[in-house]
Design a protein around this ligand. Sequence first.
Ligand code: MF3
Ligand code: CO
Length: 251
Amino acid sequence: MAAVTIKSEREIELMREAGRLLAQVHEELAKTIRPGISTKDIDTTCEQLIRECGGTPNFLHYDGYPASVCVSVNEEVVHGIPRPDRILQEGDIVSLDTGLIYKGYHADAARTYGVGEITREAEKLIRVTRESFFRGIGLARAGRHLHDISNAIADYVISYGYGIVHDLVGHGIGTCLHEPPYIPNYPQRRRGIKLKAGMTLAIEPMINLGTGEVEWLDDGWTVVTADHRLSAHYENTVLITDREPEILTLL
Ligand code: MF3
Ligand code: CO
């Protein structure tokens, strides 16, 4: 695999700007979530928000992906394609994964929301998925190893008995949406590469209520849980430093 890039101060500043813009897009997008809205409506708003702030959607046309955001409902894990006939219902959970490119630098982040009232079981899955991200970055700093992140996420999720998706992983990010290294969310025996200040990583646990097994739908994109139980996703673009990591896609 190609080497993991270390960003210069100038590049880090641009990654910060891209990340801040994406955080704002997510905050605005969250306000659109309610019963009756279509997943296509979310995409339309998302593309508008990204372009209004001077960014370009980086998911749009990526490997032929047809939208600016992945909208994954309930048993859909990731890469749900927005559709005008897919209407959010009270009690659904919905993951919004979107990204943008700004002055040549990519940011990538995902959030999972409840639509109106949701079950306590669904609330807890969403909360633990988000918390697993923070566990993951808890020790992420220069001198530690990549798989410290993976193992911290995995230990936390396993303690709740949830299923970890193995078939999809987090990734480095920078002038490309996907750069080395892969960042698994499941337990690793090896330590992985040594983390260095200036690495920028998209860390993204995808966690299932049941088993971690997934399947692909015939549209070639949508990933669903094999047991059709709920799945949640939480992702931020993170900068590794000599101290605490900097979460670039949170305000
Ligand atoms: N956010 C996704 C990831 O982290 C990217 C989605 S792929 C796309 O890998 F085609 F939908 F853009
Ligand atoms: Co990502």
